[in-house]
Design a protein around this ligand. Structure first.
Ligand SMILES: CC(C)(COP(=O)(O)OP(=O)(O)OC[C@H]1O[C@@H](n2cnc3c(N)ncnc32)[C@H](O)[C@@H]1OP(=O)(O)O)[C@@H](O)C(=O)NCCC(=O)NCCS
Length: 208
């Protein structure tokens, strides 16, 4: 059985544990400086202990379960530099068209639909009950939260967050480092970095 280390022992780490087990991994444990109260597997140590942890678990692979996009990117790069293969996780209940590409370190939660020719870039998080139409691109380390809908040909930039239940009308482009609030409806291109809320989604603030 393939062995997996999970980087990040918070809520996302626990969810990744559940998904990785369904995918068929044996979970060796978590790496973090702190952990949730009800961690479902052993906390092996923090990033500082990584060499020791790898040495005692031969051929172990890694998954980075950190919600913050920028931190997820940094830890993914650090762990790759230390020689750990970062894997993607796709829950078996999700319907993924044959020609969809899924980058390393991406995670597809249960009950997701991703249609033809779409691309989920490395490190992206696609949460439960998200629907993604054809020819969509979700950028690197972006998060598409619970129940959001991205219609055909939508393009989402890097390190962007699409809030739960948001809807993006077909063909629209969303830039890098953008936050779309929960329940918003994106009716036009939103390229400039910032927080967009409501129906239609309008810029309401900065996400610095
Ligand atoms: C948009 C968002 C990031 C703003 O967070 P925040 O900066 O902490 O904002 P606050 O909660 O302080 O709210 C600021 C104001 O915006 C309003 N607001 C917050 N989120 C909103 C939303 N999604 N739609 C409309 N208005 C919203 C609040 O009511 C508040 O209004 P007020 O100033 O009139 O009282 C956040 O509310 C959101 O939607 N996040 C997505 C969460 C998500 O998807 N979670 C699922 C994880 S799987």
């Amino acid at each position: 059985m393939k062995k997996l280390l999970i980087f990040g022992a918070g809520g996302f780490g626990c969810e990744a544990f559940t998904i990785a087990k369904d995918v068929g991994y044996s979970i060796v444990g978590f790496v973090d400086s702190k952990c949730s109260e009800s961690l479902p597997a052993l906390l092996l140590g923090s990033d500082h202990d990584i060499e020791k942890i790898i040495a005692s678990h031969k051929d172990v692979m890694g998954f980075v379960a950190i919600g913050n996009s920028l931190l997820r990117k940094k830890v993914s790069e650090d762990m790759k530099n230390k020689g750990i293969e970062i894997v993607s996780l796709v829950h078996p209940t999700s319907l993924i068209a044959e020609d969809v590409s899924i980058g390393e370190g991406a995670i597809i939660y249960p009950n997701v639909t991703i249609m033809n020719s779409s691309k989920i870039s490395k490190g992206a998080l696609i949460n439960s009950n998200v629907s993604i139409g054809h020819d969509v691109c979700v950028g690197e380390f972006s998060n598409v939260n619970l129940g959001a809908n991205l219609a055909g040909c939508v393009q989402v930039g890097d390190c962007t967050l699409i809030g739960m239940g948001a809807n993006v009308i077909e063909g629209n482009r969303i830039g890098n480092d953008v936050t779309i609030g929960a329940g918003a409806v994106v009716t036009k291109n939103l390229i400039e970095k910032g927080v967009y809320l409501g129906i239609p989604a309008i810029k309401r603030g900065s996400n610095d």
